[in-house]
Ligand binder design. Structure first.
Ligand SMILES: *Cc1c(COP(=O)(O)O)cnc(C)c1O
Length: 322
């Protein structure tokens, strides 16, 4: 549906886009039951992370997150001269208690990717409610929910009601890049109180979201079948990988996202390099201190079978050992 809508809109690319993203926001407000002024559309949710930093951080301010999370958080923080405090993960999960302990009077923003990238783990609803009841109201808590459509866990926190009931310091980030398959278009959005959205609007470029992106994103929201098929593919793909890893004697981290962390028993860097030689690209995790892990994204069944075939060859031949 997105492709069809964009093809039809091509003939109007000589016109500037709508700087206010009226139609997309209108469609989103129907979808989520919020008013239009509770949305900020960004050039990917990456841009919203950067706008958050620019709107709220001064030199010497502090941002807290996890040490095994999305690499954009330290980037946008440090670009504003603020200090990034990465709290160690605990059992591959965000340690919300340890994050609370780090809060001081310079703390401005807390970033929480839920589910988390690159671990695929999540923090539960009960943990989040307890956490939010203890965070001072003048600290912005940003829940980055890029992978929320892939979640199946029953105790995952759905936080929209906090935004609906006017909690001023919470922002939820979503993206069209993952479950809706439009990463190249660059569209994401934030949902928050009208006041917080207004502050972010002051630091954004007037035409930050291009015409094609607005049209494609709006049409994608109507494509229920695409989303349903994608979720089914990912859900089945996860189970397929779990089964194969178990058969191969490899341990893995249970995931609520469209990727899985797996322990390969040797240098994950070497294994990933050997896999590239066989035409399969995965992510090594040594940058996070997880030396024996790789992260594999769930693709089509054919791609997963090819990955498993290559991984077996690499591990059997000891290509990652030297
Ligand atoms: C992919 C991703 C995003 C956002 O991607 P955009 O393409 O910029 O919308 C945000 N957060 C996390 C954790 C991601 O993995």
């Amino acid at each position: 549906k997105a492709l069809r809508a964009m093809r039809a809109a091509l003939r109007r690319v000589h016109l500037y886009p709508d700087g206010g993203c009226y139609e997309l926001k209108h469609r989103l407000s129907e979808e989520y039951g919020l008013s239009r002024d509770q949305f900020l559309i960004g050039n990917g949710s990456d841009e919203i992370l950067s706008l958050l930093a620019r709107a709220f951080l001064n030199e010497g301010d502090k941002v807290i997150s996890s040490d095994c999370s999305f690499l954009i958080y330290p980037l946008v923080t440090q670009a504003c001269g603020a200090t990034y405090v990465p709290v160690p993960i605990k059992d591959f999960r965000y340690d919300l208690k340890a994050i609370l302990d780090q809060i001081d009077d310079r703390t401005r923003i807390i970033f929480i990717a839920n589910p988390n990238n690159p671990t695929g783990t999540y923090v539960r609803a009960d943990e989040v409610e307890d956490f939010l009841s203890k965070v001072p109201k003048d600290i912005i808590v940003c829940f980055d929910e890029a992978y929320i459509d892939f979640v199946e866990a029953k105790d995952f926190p759905y936080l929209l009601f906090h935004v609906k009931t006017g909690k001023p310091n919470i922002i939820l980030l979503r993206t069209f890049s993952k479950s809706l398959g439009l990463a190249g278009l660059r569209v994401g959005f934030g949902m928050a109180s009208k006041e917080l959205i207004q502050y972010l609007g002051k630091v954004r470029q007037p035409f930050n979201v291009n015409r094609m992106a607005q049209v494609g994103a709006k049409a994608a929201l109507d494509d229920r079948l695409f989303l349903w098929r994608t979720k089914r593919l990912v859900s089945r793909g996860r189970l397929y990988l779990y089964r194969k890893f178990t058969q191969m004697g490899l341990s893995f981290v249970s995931s609520e996202a469209n990727f899985v962390l797996v322990h390969v028993g040797r240098s994950g860097r070497k294994v990933s390099e050997a896999l590239v030689q066989r035409g399969v690209i995965v992510r090594a995790m040594d940058g996070y201190g997880l030396n024996a892990y790789i992260r594999v994204t769930i693709g089509t069944r054919f791609e997963l079978m090819r990955f498993i075939h290559a991984l077996k060859k690499v591990l059997r031949k000891g290509e990652g050992l030297s």
